[in-house]
Design a protein around this ligand. Sequence first.
Ligand SMILES: CC(=O)SCCNC(=O)CCNC(=O)[C@H](O)C(C)(C)COP(=O)(O)OP(=O)(O)OC[C@H]1O[C@@H](n2cnc3c(N)ncnc32)[C@H](O)[C@@H]1OP(=O)(O)O
Ligand SMILES: CC(C)C(=O)C(=O)O
Length: 626
Amino acid sequence: MPMLADPSQRYRPFKPLPFTERTWPNKQHSKAPIWLSTDLRDGNQSLANPMTNSQKLRFFSHLIKLGFKEIEVSYPAASESDFNFVQDLINNGDIPDDVWIQVLTPARSDLIRKTFESLKGAKNAIVHMYNATSCLFREVVFNADQKETIRLATTHTQLVRELAEEYASKYGTNFRFEYSPETFSQTEPAYAVEVCEAVKKAWLSGQGSTWGDGRKEERIIFNLPATVEVSTPNCFADQTYSLTLLEGQVEYFSTHISEREKVIISLHTHNDRGCAVAASELGILAGADRIEGTVLGNGERTGNVDLVTLALNLYSQGIPPHLDFSDMFSVIDTVTECTGLPVHPRHPYAGELVFTAFSGSHQDAIKKGFEALQKRQATGDVHWELPYLPIDPADVGCTYEAVIRVNSQSGKGGIAYIVKQAQSLDLPRRMQIAFYKVVQAISEATGRELSVQDITDALRREYHVGGAQFDGRIVLRSYNLTDSVTDGTATPADSESGPDRQRTLTAKVLVDGVVRHISGTGNGPLSAFLNALKSGLGIDLSVREYSEHAIGGGSDVKAASYVEVIPPNADAKDKTQGGFWGIGVDPDITGSGLRAVLSAANNAIGKSELKGTAFENDEKKLNGMQ
Ligand SMILES: CC(=O)SCCNC(=O)CCNC(=O)[C@H](O)C(C)(C)COP(=O)(O)OP(=O)(O)OC[C@H]1O[C@@H](n2cnc3c(N)ncnc32)[C@H](O)[C@@H]1OP(=O)(O)O
Ligand SMILES: CC(C)C(=O)C(=O)O
């Protein structure tokens, strides 16, 4: 059946609360909520193949490692394996003293009794009872009116209360109670408050205990589920904030519910509209103290709210989340291996691609951002501010290698970043443009992403650096430099010569594997070498641009030089006209300059059809190459 031209025939819009006095939109997050992981209950119940005992145990240990202090471990009445898992955790001493396990039960006396049995011997336990309160469920599922629904909740709350007292005195367990008006997001707000008030009264009216006196560990938890997400997140926050509308006045749940200090407001959001994170965040602004969800968002249908995203969203605002995701890879391994579900490559903070830029302008901005960051860090400013990356990938255990990856959408900045990271070569800007064209051609031809190795090899091939297999047609074997006549006109590229020196260079080179001895003079080593190439091999080139930098430090320091050469008929000033680039790396600055010149010369002749061991007769072709 096609989609309806007029969907209002089938779907009714959500009716928002008529608020004018809401203040939560002006608030900001300032601390982490209390977290509860329901991976082993809501997460588990949604799996086609529920977790085995050992998978649950592995998951539980990981949750403890991440820092969870409240973990819903089971729906013990569901099956023997759910029941036994709770008993195993207790009997094997797997639960740290400061951790509360939580178990879920419906408001059914046989199932509540079974649930308490599963908790025998526990130190700290939260009994979580639910019944659905929305009109649809009252009418369709329970065939009960509003009063009967409240009675279902209160009579079973009293039973939980009695059993909690009995099991506390028998086993010394610290019990807390959580009540969920299931389908809260679809329940009439005033009625949801009425149910919660009645449940609170039933829970607090028990005999002979201090429950509910406001001490943190004993407060009743009202868990407000968006069992199905049916509205925009601001409506859910309003529902959280205000549950009663009396005589036309807005009363706010988080400030006006009686004995607010005895209540923890918890949220349990699902992701049907894809807004569970937003709904939880706005719900916290609206007064919630606690969040239930799962690590990476597994759960019924589109999932529960993802606690990784929520926690790291806080972290990115400078708020300690009190959950430790610094080893995200082990989190991903645990979740995927236990649930059998993959993690989407774009999943916030955890996906394989979320810190990666393929597109050129993003890469360029990130590269510049890293350079600026390094400068700021050198002045002691450690604040993270980097284009396109809201947090430092290193904080969640990622390396910077994945930050920039290259395909046909990439630009010079990203490619230069990879060359710098992988080979410590800081290509000058115009050389970046030249090398970008080389990489772009490969990427277009192969139609795939290029690895760091692909780019490294391309650079080596193009500029004849990095080993004998990348040598060009001319190879420098040895050279000797001597002072010669002086004329006082050194070029910048020859700056180390000084203004009053002229140098003579003799070099042994291999040309297509044949030994040749060449010599030339110039104001410095580079011009002497260019002169030698011209007089010895007929290769007439001059330098248009030269730069250098050190690589490393101490006794291992090397020099990297970059040279652009042009043939005699090229305009030295019009830099849009193509030259030929070369790279030289050598422990000695003169050596690196000479190698860069030879690299550029090889690049020049490699792009012509010169052949044989001498180039004298091919000068014309070289001149015509641009
Ligand atoms: C939104 C949530 O995630 S809620 C949690 C859902 N999780 C699960 O259901 C997983 C575990 N559940 C189970 O294993 C089973 O459903 C059991 C063992 C709890 C119950 O099994 P059964 O007794 O066979 O009942 P069934 O699964 O058909 O449940 C429906 C019955 O429970 C009633 N019921 C459903 N929810 C509740 C509740 N919260 N409180 C009281 N009764 C409830 C229904 O009205 C229905 O009653 P009826 O048989 O009189 O019409
Ligand atoms: C039992 C409740 C909290 C639940 O899982 C839901 O409504 O999604």
